[in-house]
Write a new protein. Structure first.
Length: 401
């Protein structure tokens, strides 16, 4: 297992409950004095009603500038059954022996309510619960408690301080691939820059190529365009993990013609019969895309054939902070919760989709990229280069198998 770099003194770490992971706390076995941490998930059944409350790491931090990940807010999701759309759900935090209201939201059609709240106060973890108001013959009911203490320290983090990438990172795809979807682009060190607390990934013209590239789509030439260099980095051989939460705070590029991505690959490769698969946590195809431009997919083999599962992010505008917000205007935190049974994708702590069954069971490593594939290059003229996306920070909270 590669060396882990932990940010000491952080305010969020992950050890999901045994009930969620289907196994014991991986850090407890063989530990003589390992204390059992308070639950990060609670489930209460009362009078025919069921209340589930889950707290996640600090994965909520929308804003225009780079920021300290320790100041991000934790995400909490309450699920109440039977579902009553519009039912008032109150989030409360424990202060001493009393409970103080933090926020009130209304239940959606899935039965869920999503909150963002502080992970700590004066350096100490916080305990939360929710109370569902009485409605239509259903009595008021409250959840069990959950604590942020299980998220106090990320397994691995990079805030891109300084002027160079850390040794965990390496460049990917440094050659033009004539038989691939990127015959007109390749990765280049010139397309990656670390400065002002973020890594900038770019698509730029390749100064070494003076001729034009014939871009192809579905086997047909769709135009001639400048050769491009992509920002494309990953932690293969530097960091990988098995199960947990991975999150990155990203401000995407503007124009169509390339797509920015935060994704993962299995260390053992993706091939027929592989226990692992590609996980595209988020891909963005540029502003003014007719279908929003945000997607989350996995790519895996089934019966020897590569298949794609997932979806475009529906109601993408609802995940923005307002009309002046945008994926290329502000930073947002994109995350995936990875367990043996499912993947849950989120933007700033709010779920965008989930995939169940056939989930990767092997170590994966994170990748950040801004790639110009041949099929999308015609959406942009050469004079619109360069294009940039920025990653403020990336964090992983590993749970293990």
């Amino acid at each position: 297992m590669p060396l882990r770099r932990s940010l000491l003194g952080g305010t969020s770490a992950l050890v999901l409950s045994a009930a969620l992971l289907g196994g014991a706390n991986p850090g407890a076995a063989g530990d003589d004095a390992a204390p059992e941490l308070p639950a990060s998930t609670s489930l209460v059944t009362d009078g025919g009603q069921q209340v589930r409350l889950q707290v996640l790491p600090q994965v909520v931090q929308q804003g225009p500038r780079v920021a300290d990940p320790d100041t991000a807010r934790a995400a909490l999701t309450a699920t109440v059954e039977p579902v009553r759309v519009g039912r008032r759900i109150r989030l409360q935090v424990q202060v001493g022996t009393a409970w103080t209201s933090v926020a009130i939201e209304r239940q959606d059609a899935r039965g869920r309510v999503e909150f963002a709240a502080p992970a700590a106060r004066r350096g100490q973890p916080l305990t939360y619960r929710v109370k569902a108001a009485k409605i239509g013959g259903l009595a008021a009911v409250e959840s069990g408690t959950v604590s942020t203490s299980r998220w106090t320290t990320p397994t691995w983090t990079d805030e891109f301080s300084g002027t160079a990438l850390s040794p965990d990172w390496s460049f990917r795809g440094l050659d033009y691939e004539e038989d691939s979807l990127r015959r007109c682009s390749k990765a280049g060190v010139e397309a990656v820059r670390v400065a002002r607390g973020a890594v900038r990934l770019s698509v730029v013209k390749d100064p070494a190529r003076t001729t034009k590239c014939k871009a192809r789509k579905d086997g047909k030439v769709v135009g001639k365009y400048a050769y491009r260099l992509n920002g494309h980095i990953g932690t293969q051989g530097g960091f990988d993990f098995t199960y947990g939460v991975a999150a990155a705070r990203i401000k995407f590029h503007r124009s169509r013609g390339q797509h920015g991505a935060f994704w993962m690959q299995p260390v053992s490769g993706n091939y027929p019969g592989s226990p692992g698969h590609e996980i595209d946590i988020i891909e963005y195809f540029g502003d003014h895309h007719p279908r929003g431009g945000l997607t989350s997919f996995i790519h895996r083999y089934e019966d020897g054939v590569e298949v794609r599962r997932g979806a475009r992010v529906a109601n993408f505008g609802s995940f923005l902070a307002g009309r002046r917000d945008g994926w290329s205007k502000n930073f947002h935190v994109f995350s995936v919760e990875w367990t043996p049974r499912l993947l849950v994708f989120r933007i700033d702590g709010r779920e965008t989709g989930r995939i169940r069954g056939g989930i990767s069971s092997v170590a994966q490593y994170p990748i950040l990229s801004l790639l110009a594939s041949d099929y999308e290059i015609p959406h942009m003229r050469d004079r619109q280069l360069p294009q940039h996306m920025y990653v403020d920070w990336i964090r992983v909270w590993e749970t293990g198998s």
